[in-house]
Design a protein around this ligand. Structure first.
Ligand code: FES
Ligand code: MG
Length: 584
């Protein structure tokens, strides 16, 4: 934390909350008032005075099925805090439901990060337990907490139970896309789809594929901000309650030891988190979120770091959609993240601290893999190198990403003519029209879907295969956009093209018929149009009008950074002093 609290150093010290509560009448009117109001809450002095105040930030909401159990889990956290001698206070914070929030919860990630930061700063808080898991909630909570730099523990919401339907095991998201395509191809009917509604997501918890939620909670565990093994515990398992209680016990010790997030969120920790998400075959969204989280921790993480690390780490987790077969519950019982990390210790920084141990080495001692089909040995990886590649070229000077392990291999080196859609609605309306003459070799291009243009970079990146091609059995094509893609999606989708078209990136200059070359092994994305012609098109290009004239959207459009730098707000990402509030 910047300001007076930081100047007190990392050793055990006076509690920050004591500035509010004081020490008897001599500490003045304000602390008298704060104590009186705590009596109003029904607490005796001996229940809270002199005890670490632990904020339990809860993203529970009636609208968020991934977090519907978090009301109960907050109670388990509080149980742990009380038993360790702390004083827990629950704070409801904004929920970001991947399913329901439009145009995309990504628009609101930074809002939750701001809310987290400002709540923790403005109240009498000594440490925090953060409850989240549905996609953007994890980075948002950690970005905000890192900016305040108090001791904090993250409690992952945990994956939902595997889905079932007519003898098949279903992955939420992944199988939704698959069966929707089967329906479009005429392979299943309305009846089957109606049955699937009850089978795809059958319990509280976040998506149980290796989508964005599982990827980001695993990243949080790899960073060292959860108790060991926390990230894969199924949401409705009794072990999830125990993990929540353990997190409550742990945070009080962290406050007493003065171990703040900045002790944990080091450059080494972020390298290990990148290694982890790549070795898990995780979501492309992790690229944006980890860059943003690192930025808040004062660590510079770049796209090139992802590409460099991807070349050194094999994919060892066979969890859909990057893997073939398994889901998060299988991963959990195969050893979970500790088991997985035990397979790649030579690629990790083992001497760094976590919230639970002085070193990661200590934390991983005794970690085992119990099922080598799910967490593969190094001699039999799911893929020889990390699942995500970073591309450069005249179409994406500041980079783009592709999850190549989830694409048909024949498309990883491909040249084809572009079919350009200026925005998502036009694409939806026209893509299935056979008169466009789209063939499997065409390259589908969507623009206007980036951080400013989307706005919020919606998950439009897995453009649909035209119905008539789907019926011919075509299931993958090269697709390019400045959008993101759901972590549960798949296909040869080039994403996060930077700079985006809305701000005049080269994607804005592509025309239908232009040849586009994707070369994943060579890490390039090239538009086959010469520089003179591109300069001519640029001179003709006019910036689109502002989408928001007021409100949060206007602030967002003004402050949002591009995908390659994490889509944080410029005024939040920059370093600088924020004074601790004067509580006297
Ligand atoms: Fe919440 Fe997938 S919808 S994690
Ligand atoms: Mg998702």
């Amino acid at each position: 934390m910047t300001g007076p609290a930081a100047e007190r150093g990392g050793a055990p010290r006076e509690l920050r909350s004591s500035q509010w509560y004081g020490d008897g009448v001599s500490s003045g009117l304000r602390s008298f008032s704060h104590r009186a109001r705590t009596r109003q809450l029904g607490y005796l002095p001996e229940e809270h005075l002199g005890k670490p105040v632990i904020a339990v930030l809860n993203t529970w909401s009636d609208i968020n099925p991934c977090h519907s159990h978090l009301r109960d889990r907050a109670q388990a956290v509080k149980r742990g805090v009380w038993q360790a001698g702390g004083f827990p206070l629950e704070f409801p914070v904004s929920t970001l439901s991947e399913t329901f929030q439009k145009p995309t919860p990504m628009l609101y990630r930074n809002l939750l990060a701001m809310e987290t930061e400002e709540l923790l700063r403005s109240y009498p808080v000594d440490g925090a337990v953060l409850l989240g898991g549905c996609d953007k909630t994890t980075p948002a909570l950690l970005m905000g907490a890192a900016s305040v730099d108090l001791p904090a523990v993250f409690v992952p919401a945990g994956p939902m139970l595997p889905g079932h339907w007519r003898g098949e095991t279903l992955g939420s998201g992944t199988d939704m896309w698959k069966y929707w395509d089967d329906h479009r191809a005429g392979l299943i009917g309305d009846c089957e789809l109606t049955e699937l509604e009850s089978g795809l997501a059958r319990s509280p918890g976040h998506c149980m594929t290796m989508g964005t939620a599982s990827t980001l909670t695993a990243a949080a565990e790899a960073l060292g901000v959860t108790v060991p093994g926390a990230s894969s515990v199924p949401a409705v398992d009794s072990g999830h309650d125990r993990m929540a209680a353990a997190s409550g016990l742990r945070i009080v010790d962290l406050v007493r030891a003065g171990r703040r997030l900045s002790h944990i969120l080091t450059a080494d920790a972020f390298e290990d988190a990148v290694t982890t998400v790549l070795g898990l075959g995780g979501s492309t969204n992790a690229v944006i979120h980890l860059i943003a989280m690192a930025g808040r921790a004062g660590v510079r993480l770049t796209l090139d770091d992802f590409d460099r690390i991807a070349r050194t780490v094999p994919v060892l987790a066979d969890v859909r959609p990057g893997g073939e077969k398994y889901l998060m519950e299988d991963f959990h019982f195969a050893g979970g993240l500790p088991g997985f990390l035990s397979r790649i210790t030579d690629l990790l920084h083992l001497d760094r601290p976590t919230v639970a141990h002085d070193t990661l080495r200590e934390q991983l001692a005794g970690a085992r893999v119990h099922d080598e089909d799910v967490i593969r040995p190094r001699s039999n990886p799911v893929a020889g190198e990390g699942g995500v590649a970073v591309l450069r070229g005249n179409l994406c000077p500041d980079g783009a990403v592709i999850k190549h392990i989830a694409a048909e291999p024949r498309l990883l080196r491909h040249t084809g003519p572009a079919v350009v859609f200026d925005d998502y609605r036009t694409m939806q309306r026209t893509i299935h029209d056979p008169s466009l003459g789209i063939t499997p070799d065409h390259v589908l291009v969507l623009r206007g879907a980036g951080p400013k243009g989307g706005p919020g970079m919606p998950e439009y990146g897995m453009l649909p295969i035209p119905d008539y091609l789907l019926k011919q059995g075509v299931r993958d094509m090269v697709r390019i956009s400045d959008a993101r893609m759901s972590g549960t999606s798949y296909g040869a989708c080039v994403l996060h093209v930077a700079p985006e078209s809305y701000v005049g990136g080269p994607l804005a200059l592509v025309r239908t018929g232009d040849p586009v070359t994707l070369d994943v092994p060579g890490r390039t994305l090239h538009l086959g149009v010469d520089d003179a012609e591109l300069a001519r098109r640029r001179a003709e290009w006019t910036p689109p009008p502002a989408r928001y004239e007021r409100g949060y959207g206007a602030l967002y459009s003004e402050q949002i950074t591009q995908a390659d730098t994490g889509c944080d707000f410029a005024f939040l990402a920059r370093p600088g002093v924020v004074p601790d509030p004067y509580a006297g």
